[in-house]
Design a protein around this ligand. Structure first.
Ligand code: ZN
Ligand code: ZN
Length: 172
């Protein structure tokens, strides 16, 4: 997802360019299992001294349900709005100072190449680590035997699930 933005950097402030994406991102991160290509549209806009990238991208990745731990395909929508900063002055070729606060993934390289990969990777990692349960009524795992309760009740009784009731039962 590398784009040469020299033309946009030379254009007047406010100039923009639109790209349609259909990218194979299967190798974007060793810890992510990508199930479909990344598709969508991005718009690069030349702001005062940066390139504003906006757009909406979508893909599907393999997520693990936080309740039952089963893998399931998670649809991810990325609402992109990031400012990329040039590291070289487009007109004179001199290096530009980059603030330490700028994420290295948001720096346009010395060949005026803007790479969306790192930003997209970060969005996907967050989506994976904050994924919702596999379905709204996911029953999760039994806290005693670990059985996936979506597949049926286990034999642990209601009584032993509640330690206060278990104590009462022993007294009987
Ligand atoms: Zn689940
Ligand atoms: Zn159980």
């Amino acid at each position: 997802m590398r784009f040469n933005v020299a033309q946009i950097l030379k254009a007047t402030t406010g100039a923009s360019r639109r790209y349609e994406l259909d990218e194979d991102i299967s190798g974007i991160d060793d810890d992510l299992q990508i199930l479909s290509s990344l598709i969508g549209r991005v718009v690069f806009t030349h702001t005062l001294d940066e390139i504003l990238v906006t757009g909406r991208l979508s893909t599907v990745l393999q997520a693990a349900c936080p309740r039952c731990l089963e893998s399931y395909p998670l649809d991810v929508e990325i609402d992109l709005e990031e400012e990329f900063v040039p590291s070289v002055d487009i007109w004179v070729g001199a290096s530009l100072p980059i603030s330490e606060q700028v994420d290295p993934g948001l720096v346009i390289d010395e060949h005026h190449v803007l790479d969306l990969s790192e930003v997209v990777r970060q969005y996907l990692v967050i989506a994976q680590t904050t994924c919702p349960s596999c379905r709204p009524d996911c029953a999760g795992l039994c806290s005693l035997c670990g059985q996936n309760l979506n597949l049926g009740q286990c034999s642990c009784s209601e009584v032993t699930l509640d330690p206060r009731l278990a104590v009462l039962k022993e007294l009987l």
